[in-house]
Design a protein around this ligand. Structure first.
Ligand SMILES: C[S@@+](CC[C@H](N)C(=O)[O-])C[C@H]1O[C@@H](n2cnc3c(N)ncnc32)[C@H](O)[C@@H]1O
Length: 199
């Protein structure tokens, strides 16, 4: 347990400072691997809203980075909502853990360090909301597991659906051509592709 009370945290200041940190880090980083590549603040609000609309109790994120989007999800939901997030870069895992510790969120956000396709294939408990924001080349590889891990009437969201739409064509085609899903491309932030699992 940690002794920081979430009530004591100025959520808006914390999130804007974390976002600024990410922007500064990314402008200074020459290698893409060192960039945090955070979602945009409006995407954080949107994810928080989806978490509430779906009455999410269990949320899965694929691609933690320094924890900015997971912090949004945690800070927009009740204390008993559990967030699991997967990241394979140990430096980013440490940065995220620091950020969760400093806000008292560490007990609510479980970071699993490792390769997402492998980890997802071994997971079995389902989630109400799944946010996918990782290496887009692997999206097709993880799709079946992401869908299996999403409960009926649960929601899957993919970031970068406008900013990198060419790289997402296979994902769009997969969901749009499948009557099990109701989809929507929300023009928010970098573009959020939302798929509701109808059954
Ligand atoms: C766009 S960033 C995530 C940003 C984060 N969602 C946020 O808004 O704060 C993508 C992250 O996915 C991680 N990643 C890429 N490939 C991965 C893999 N195979 N397994 C786990 N994490 C991976 C990267 O290290 C990177 O931190």
């Amino acid at each position: 347990m940690n002794d920081i009370d979430i009530e004591d945290i100025d959520i808006e200041s914390f999130l804007s400072e974390l976002y600024m940190e990410g922007q500064i880090n990314d402008s200074k980083s020459i290698n893409k691997i060192d960039k945090y590549l955070n979602i945009m603040p409006e995407t954080g609000k949107f994810l928080g809203l989806l978490a509430q609309i779906t009455s999410a109790e269990r949320i899965l994120e694929v691609g933690t980075s320094n924890g900015y989007s997971a912090a949004w999800l945690a800070l927009c939901t009740d204390e008993d909502v559990q967030i699991t997030t997967i990241e394979n870069d140990s430096k980013k895992v440490s940065a995220a853990r620091e950020n969760f510790l400093s806000t008292g969120l560490v007990d609510r956000i479980k970071i699993i360090e490792g390769d997402a396709p492998m980890i997802l294939s071994e997971m079995s408990k389902s989630f109400d909301l799944v946010f996918v924001d990782m290496d887009r080349k692997l999206y097709l590889d993880i799709l079946e597991d992401v869908i299996r891990l999403t409960r009926t009437k649960g929601v899957i969201v993919f970031d970068n659906a406008v900013s990198h739409k060419e790289e997402m064509t296979d994902v769009f085609n997969y969901f749009n051509g499948n009557s099990q899903f109701h989809t929507y491309l929300a023009p928010i932030g970098k573009g959020e592709f939302v798929a509701l699992k109808k059954w």
